[in-house]
Ligand binder design. Structure first.
Ligand SMILES: [Zn+2]
Ligand SMILES: [Zn+2]
Length: 164
């Protein structure tokens, strides 16, 4: 959704909706967002609230894993001065400030950027995930593989003692 910075800097405006996107291994569904724009002395402030669900393969066993989140963040929009930079795109300086050029605020891009900030770097299906066997690739959460039998003979000896 493309919004006009000039219009938003004149009066309050609110938008709500949903948005889906993928980012690397993550597929993200913003189930619901509420975007409240408020004019400020400097520009436009966005109060953004969103509920989202994301799916990604477990980092250890590659099983699909789901996560949820509900966050609120603020973004300050300022007008990009033409002679300062020739960059045509929205620029984020990691301080929650976005410089707007050509009067366009692309709301979907802003939502994506804010949600990505909250995604974990790595997903695991659980703290007790045993991962895949490095030899045969068997998922050790589901069952043990044959490779164990070729392991250190002392291990095998120990197991035999346990069995008896
Ligand atoms: Zn796992
Ligand atoms: Zn194995």
């Amino acid at each position: 959704m493309k919004l006009s910075y000039k219009e938003l800097s004149r009066e309050n405006a609110s938008f709500e909706g949903t948005h889906s996107f993928t980012e690397g291994d993550f597929s993200v569904e913003v189930k619901n967002y509420q975007a409240d724009f408020v004019p400020t002395d400097a520009g436009v402030y966005l109060d953004l609230r969103f509920d989202y669900e994301f799916k990604a393969p477990c980092d250890k066993c590659i099983a699909e894993t789901t996560g949820f989140g509900s966050e609120r963040s603020g973004v300050q929009f300022l007008e990009q001065l033409k002679d300062v930079s020739s960059e045509a795109e929205l620029k984020d300086d990691d301080m929650g400030t976005v410089y707007v050029e050509d009067d366009v605020i692309e709301l979907d891009d802003i939502i994506r950027q804010e949600v990505i900030f909250y995604l974990p770097l790595k997903m695991t299906c659980g703290d007790d995930c045993r991962g895949l066997c490095p030899k045969c690739g068997e998922n050790l959460n589901i069952g043990s593989c044959k490779c164990e039998q070729d392991a250190d003979p002392r291990w095998t000896a120990l197991k035999d003692i346990k069995k008896n």
